[in-house]
Design a binder for this molecule. Structure first.
Ligand SMILES: Cc1ncc(COP(=O)(O)O)c(C=O)c1O
Length: 458
C-alpha cells in the first residue's frame, strides 16, 4: 500500500493516540499557525507508530515506496530524504570516505560538501571547473583536467561534482564517469537542480543513466515538491553498498521523519511519472522555451544558452550589472529572482511556474529595457565579482574544527590561514574554507563587498 493510502486509511480508523507528535493530529495547533496553515497538514503528521514504517530501517510502506521509486529511476536503491540534498550529499560522503582519504571535489560544490569534509575527516583536492567571466558563473568540468588530477593522485577515493550547476550548465557525465572508472574512483553527482530530468528528457540526461555511482536530487527545487524533500539514488552498476548509505543516513537524519514530506515525495514522483505528470512537465518546459524565445528578441538583453538546462534562465542586460537588474525588477515590478551576480540574474523555474508568472516577467523585461535602461546605464561601478582561484589547503576542514580563531583586518590577512566558511550565497559555492591560505584575490574580492575583517587561525 502507498504511504498516502495508508495515512488516509489510518485517519479513518479513529484510534486514540498517546504518542508524539503532541499536537495529536491537530487537536492542538497554535492559533496563529492554524490561521495561516489550517488543520489538514497537522492531521497527516504522525510518528512512526504501530503500522507505520521506520525511515531508518524501512520494511513496510516506506520500503515499498522507495522500491517503487527505484524502479522508476532505474536505480539499485532509492532513499527518500526529509532533510534535503544536503543530507544526501553528507551521507554519501560518510558512507564512502574515511579519515585522511582523498576526495576530489569540483569547487562549485554546494557548501554542504564542507559539512561532509568536517564529519568525515577526508582530505579535499579541488578541481576548478571552467569559469565564464562574461556571465560570472562556473560551467562544465574539463575532462582532460580531471584526468590529469586523477593521474597525479592515484589514491583518490571519490569525485564529487554538481550537474547541472545552479545556473543550469551541464557537464559530460558519460565521459567523466568513464574517467572515474578508469582510475577506480566513485562518482557522486549533486543533481539537486536536475530533478525534472527524469520526467522530461529534453532538459538533460540524468547522471545516473550517464554512469554516476550516487546521484542526489532535490525534489523541491524544480520538481514542485515541499521544502526540503530530496532523493538519493545508487546506480545498478555501482559497487556502493546500500546498507552503508542507510547507516550513514541514520547518523544524520531525525528519528521523527515528517510523514507529510514522505507523502509528498512519493506522490510527486508518481505523478511526474504518470502520463498527466509528464504532460505537465512538458507544458512547463514548453512555456519556458517560449518565454526564452520571446525575451531573446529584446535588443539589449542576452540569455545564457550553451548546453544548459533551460529551467534556469540566466539573463543579462547590456550596461547593467546583475545586481542592478535584480533591484529594478524587485523595486519596480515586484519580481524576485533566485540570484544575481555582477554580470547576470538567474530566474529559477519549475513545475509551479505558470504562464502568467512568465508573462509578468516577460512584460517587465521588455518594459525596463525599452524605457529605463538609459537611467541606469553604467551607474554600477564597483566590481563585486569573485573570479575563482585554485584553493591552497594548509589544513583539512576536520582538523580546523573548533580551532581558535580571531578577526583581523583584511589588509593584514594575506597568507594567513582562514578559519571561517566564506561562501557566495546563492549559489553556496565556497570562496574560502577553514584551513585555506588567504590570497590577494580573496582580499580584493572581500574588500569590494565592503567587508573589513576576516577570521583567521591563531
Ligand atoms: C547545487 C546544490 N546542491 C545541494 C543543495 C542543497 O540542497 P537542499 O536545499 O535540498 O538541502 C543546493 C541548495 O541550494 C544546491 O544549490
Amino acid at each position: 500500500m502507498s504511504i498516502i493510502n495508508f495515512i488516509e486509511k489510518y485517519r479513518k480508523s479513529k484510534r486514540t493516540l498517546f504518542t508524539t507528535p503532541s499536537h495529536g493530529q491537530g487537536d492542538f495547533v497554535a492559533p496563529q499557525t492554524l490561521k495561516l496553515l489550517g488543520h489538514k497538514y497537522f492531521s497527516c503528521d504522525y510518528s512512526e507508530i504501530e503500522g507505520f514504517d521506520n525511515l531508518s530501517h524501512p520494511s513496510g510502506i516506506i520500503k515499498a515506496a522507495q522500491d517503487a521509486a527505484a524502479r522508476i529511476y532505474e536505480a539499485k536503491s532509492t532513499f527518500f530524504l526529509v532533510n534535503g540534498s544536503t543530507s544526501g550529499i553528507v551521507a554519501a560522503m560518510l558512507a564512502l570516505l574515511s579519515r585522511g582519504e582523498k576526495v576530489l571535489i569540483a569547487r562549485n560544490c554546494h557548501k554542504c560538501v564542507y559539512n561532509g569534509l568536517v564529519l568525515t575527516g577526508a582530505l579535499p583536492i579541488w578541481l576548478l571547473p571552467k569559469y565564464n567571466r562574461d556571465w560570472g558563473i562556473f560551467e562544465s568540468v574539463n575532462i582532460d583536467y580531471l584526468e590529469e588530477i586523477l593521474a597525479r593522485n592515484k589514491d583518490v577515493k571519490a569525485f564529487i561534482m554538481t550537474n547541472p550547476t545552479y545556473e543550469g550548465a551541464m557537464s559530460d557525465v558519460y565521459r567523466i564517469s568513464a574517467v572515474c572508472r578508469k582510475y577506480n574512483v566513485l562518482l557522486i553527482v549533486d543533481e539537486a537542480h536536475g530533478a525534472l530530468w527524469n520526467f522530461n528528457k529534453s532538459l538533460g540526461t540524468p547522471s545516473l543513466a550517464q554512469g554516476a555511482d550516487i546521484v542526489v536530487q532535490s525534489l523541491h527545487k524544480t520538481a514542485g515538491a515541499l521544502n526540503p524533500s530530496a532523493l538519493l539514488h545508487i546506480s545498478k552498476e555501482s559497487t556502493v553498498n546500500p546498507q552503508m548509505i542507510q547507516q550513514a543516513l541514520n547518523l544524520i537524519t531525525t528519528s521523527s521523519p515528517s510523514y507529510p514530506i514522505l507523502v509528498n515525495i512519493e506522490s510527486t514522483i508518481n505523478y511526474l511519472n504518470s502520463s498527466k505528470g509528464k504532460m505537465a512537465a512538458y507544458d512547463t518546459v514548453k512555456n519556458v522555451n517560449r518565454f526564452i524565445r520571446s525575451i531573446k528578441t529584446i535588443p539589449n538583453l542576452d540569455v545564457y544558452s550553451y548546453n544548459n538546462d533551460v529551467t534556469k534562465i540566466l539573463v543579462k542586460v547590456t550596461n547593467m550589472s546583475g545586481f542592478e537588474l535584480s533591484d529594478i525588477l524587485y523595486d519596480n515590478y515586484g519580481i524576485e529572482d533566485e540570484l544575481a551576480n555582477e554580470k547576470s540574474v538567474l530566474f529559477l523555474t519549475g513545475m509551479g511556474t505558470t504562464k502568467s508568472k512568465l508573462k509578468k516577467l516577460e512584460k517587465a523585461l521588455f518594459d525596463l529595457t525599452s524605457n529605463n535602461i538609459k537611467i541606469y546605464q553604467n551607474s554600477y561601478e564597483t566590481d563585486r565579482h569573485f573570479v575563482p582561484v585554485e584553493p591552497r589547503v594548509r589544513y583539512i576542514p576536520a582538523l580546523m574544527w573548533g580551532k581558535p580563531s580571531r578577526e583581523v583586518e583584511l589588509k593584514y590577512a594575506l597568507s594567513r590561514i582562514c578559519n571561517e566558511v566564506i561562501v557566495q550565497y546563492p549559489p553556496g559555492a565556497p570562496i574560502l574554507l577553514p584551513g585555506e591560505v588567504i590570497r590577494k584575490e580573496h582580499i580584493d574580492y572581500l574588500q569590494s563587498t565592503n567587508r573589513q575583517k576576516i577570521r583567521v587561525f591563531v
